[in-house]
Design a protein. Sequence first.
Lengths: 601, 295, 349
Amino acid sequence: MSATDIQIAICGSAGDGTIAAGNILRNAVAEAGYRVISFDVYPPEIRGFGKCISRLRVTTEQVYSLKECSDVFLSLDDSHAIPHVGEVRDYGAVIFDSKPVVVNEEGAHISAHVRPGQIPYGFPFREISEIATGANRSRNIAALAVIAGLYRLPQAAFRRTIETTFGKKAKAVIAANLAAFDAGYAAGSDTFKLDDATFGSSGGKASGAGTVVILNGNAAVARGLIDAGIDTFFGYPITPATTIMERLAIEMPKRGKRLVQTEDEISAIAACVGAGYTGSRSATSTSGPGLALMMEVLGLSTIAEVPCVVVVSQRGGPSTGMPTKTEQSDLNAALYGSHGDSKRIVIAPTNVEGCYRCAGKAFEMAERYQTPVIVLLDLYLSNRYETVILAREAPFDRDCTKRWRKTDHDEVYKRFAQSKDDVSPRAIPGDAEGMHVITGLEHNELSRPNDQPEMHTEMSRKRHDKLDAALTHPDFTVSKRFGDDGRVDVGLLAWGSTFGETLEAMIKAQAEGIRCAAMKVVMLSPFPAAAVSGFMDDCRHVLVPELNYEGQFARLVQAELARPVVSLARVPGGPMRVEEILAEIRRLAGRTSVGATPATN
Amino acid sequence: MTHIAKPVHLDDKLEEVRSSGRLEYRSKALPTWCPGCGYFAIVDGVATVLKDMGIQLKDAVVVSGIGCASRFPFFLSTYGIHSLHGRVLPVATGVKIANERLTVIAVGGDGDGFAIGGCHVPHAARRNIDITYLLFDNGIYGLTKGQVSPTSALGFKTPTSPYENMDQPLNPLLMVLSHGASWVGQAYAGHPEHLRKMIAMAAAHRGFSFLNILSPCVTFDRTNRTYSNLGMAVCDLPADHNPTDRLAAMAIAQKTDRPALGLYYHTIRPTLGDNLDALIVKAGGTPSPSCGAGR
Amino acid sequence: MTLSQTAPRHHVIIGTGIAGSSAAEELRDRDPDSRITIITLSRLPFYHRHLLPQVFRDVDDWRTFQAYPPAHYRDRRITLRRDTRVARVDAPNRLIHLAHKETVRYDMLVVATGGRSYLPEGLVEFFPLLHSFGSFKEALATRQALPDGGRVVMLGGDMIGLNLARTLVDTGHQVTLVSGEHTFWPHQVSEEQRPLLLAALADLGIEVIDGEKRGGIAGIELGASGLPARRVVFGDGSSQHGDVVMPFFGLVSSVDFMAGAGPDIERGLLVKTNLRTTDEHIFAAGNVCQVWTDADRCYRFYYGSRNVSNMGTLAARNMTGDSEQFEASAEDEQLILDAEGRIHSPFWE
């Protein structure tokens, strides 16, 4: 059986149970052993009947992004869904309610908008629910069951997921939803399938390697922090990072750990540094506006060499900007945001599994190199769901502190003692004879204020040079090359969530016969100059797609390596369009032809 | 109580200091403060209290922000953090939350605590984080050479208020009382014995204790908070003041022309650490006094 | 009736067979600014049903049969509304009520819903045991039910069925034809010709049983275990086993939804030679309509792809100002047995 790669979109209003249907579908296919990436688009309003779209891509192989076109589209509310019908490719399926309760004006029913190449499937969702349960409340379950039936997805996985989802409700609710599911499944499986979306075998749930869970980026961050042994967390709510804190607020107390919601982001990071000083694994999470407030304390963390972990989920900016839209425009802020020479470690995961790994590894790095570490996500990564395989043993070192132990009776503790690797052994409060005062002032080895030019030069060097070791941090992928080996026409250099669309574009370009490779850069500071430069040696053109206006990463690459790149910087508020990257690859490769066009007009 | 100082003989004083053991708590760094600064009395007071309470050097963390007062940790031989302007309370909160075994003393001036760091005071107070906050209230920015501060008197002329200070001074005592602090007191650097006693009481309190220490800036303020002016103005709290009566405490705090010294208010309620531990128990976890710290 | 001066004219075509598709194309050519909507119950766009026997040659993707790529509709701005059931047409108000409670207003309407398989009344009760062959879905279902080398019992034997029978023989299956009055439908076959034509079928490898001689079909049953899945029982008590039993008794027009709409209906929608119904805004084309023939002074059906296609085109022209008369293609009607005993029919091309 060929590899499965199907993208399903569910569109409706908030009141239709759209996101709930998407969640069940997502969890059920994951339960059935497929890999899933999903991303929901919510209305900006908290209540009401705004548009919701839940998109999920179901695969057997690891993929890094959603697809440009969906294969299957389910409308739970035609007025919301009609503008999105065009995202379904030719010979994909558009599934809708064939017996809506309301009388429609001409053109208000989605069947008027299904494109000629798409396959329409009308089902009476409401009626199916009513016949099966006596009520129409399970209409969304009936509708997703139709999908399950039409594509012969394993019923047991769905039934288990429904039982789990409604587990806390009355038995009658579970029973009604199961009945609606069964009826919908029967309707779907009795229907002759005409679209060409097919699900191959899932290959079963991965076993041995670990457990398969489905997480969004923020939940993965929370899980990573927990698995790496977070002790304390201080945070302030801000979209789109809040759910990291919310998840931790549930999970940390169960493990005897402490979380405090502070009065602002300054307080949050200041408390992190205070906790970090005591040897506690402490973290905070925020978005761009909060990062801006944290910058002064980040400088303190740098100069006082106190470990702290800051997870930043970017949204559209500047200022309040676009709080519910995704963007990658806080790169400069993450890299440089503070005063003075305040270099720090900045890592940016490219998928949900990466969120887990980066969060956990951030503690290792913060501790080992005695520095602030910023884990840079964006809204798209924070909120999208993917199947993640978690190892049975958390892959994180729980103690990376280079600890000071008194060896000589007369030894005076020097907090910032010179050391081969520029990392000075730490004493922490409670250690006898390790007493010292850390300071935001430039200081000498004893941490006494000292502003002599030689001292400031040497301490600046120490604080910068010690970070280079992070480029070879154990069991951490700093950068990775994909695609064609050797010389290529176009090399793609991407970071963060945009790497997903970049890789997708690369694969399509390869299919068109363009020699193409892509490198994801996970560690943005210190910059992996050798690896990136080596990659660029192989590329006739280097294209840097990213979601900001200024081409911040392109500028970083050019500043670090003094080599030209082609910047593809866009600020659509959503993920970068694969087609847009592909068009640029074609242009650079000297191709003018276009491939298959989606059903977009 | 009387604050009239008796004559002190130098040899007696030196003997008293040497035998007290509190010198162990002082670092070899000589304070950078101006001769005559009230802060000398505070650092001596803190050293004495730590010694008297039997708190080991390794178990105390003194946290400061930025300002004259904030050099304070360097003059003690405990652990310490000389942090950022205004951030003393959040940093101290982080230390205490991470390790409840540590004695955490936060120190800072009125500009540090009530101007730039003003947003943190209400929250430290209401959360009842178990730290001691010593406010060195001299009504001026000393480190930057004498600018107007949030507790400067009306009309005060400084380099940034060359004609006069037009802003109503803040009342830290009244504010902290209203924020719900569980221990609030006032002392005067010119009365070192009483100051020491008040520091000892504040440090012994389980919860957020706020000690407002009136202290003259002998270099930049020759008109308002001088030793002579303050010495004339300060008085004792009324003998019948009930320190569990918050409204009475607030009424006295408003009499800023005759600052009263002593314990204004105290109550016992769960600290932030107590509440977090209760939450951990509720969630099915096991509290630990050092939340990972000292691993 | 005056048409709206602001909104473009809306031509609606019900049905997406040969007639409807031809009409849509012609309408676009002649009325470039109009809205054109095709409404059909089918989930698929127009595809070649006469090619369906190829499913037995391992063609299982319906796209092999599709007449036009999706771009055909996109380029011509033809809205193709599929999986859409017409509940009722309100001719006086020029409204089409769709089953999902949407109302579509038309300026001109072409009914081109074609025909569906006719099943003699006596066989209706056995419908669940029969395999129809009217759509891609039914074609695939039949293929799945028929084992390699399996036997098809074909009842009636219209030209659509015989076209399939030729393919089945060619693909190694066995075909038993139960002949009767519908054999060779829609061709009119004389009593002299019939035995010769049946013999020609036998030459092709089709086993022919004379249904009349067996006393007609008395019933259809499930086969006993170990035997083929179906058993056709004749009036004389004899029987014939087969893996599938397929009825091919010609077509009847699919016109039920037009009942009460306004235009006159007999067996099909009655149209004049210009293909206009008795309602001035409604035309009809293809197997759904009976066309007035001056020569015979009666209404009659015309079959064959050329006729049907011509009717669609003609209806479109007459809707847009022309006044042409339908003339049947004689070739479409001819069934020829050549000197070597081979059958030639327009339905077999």
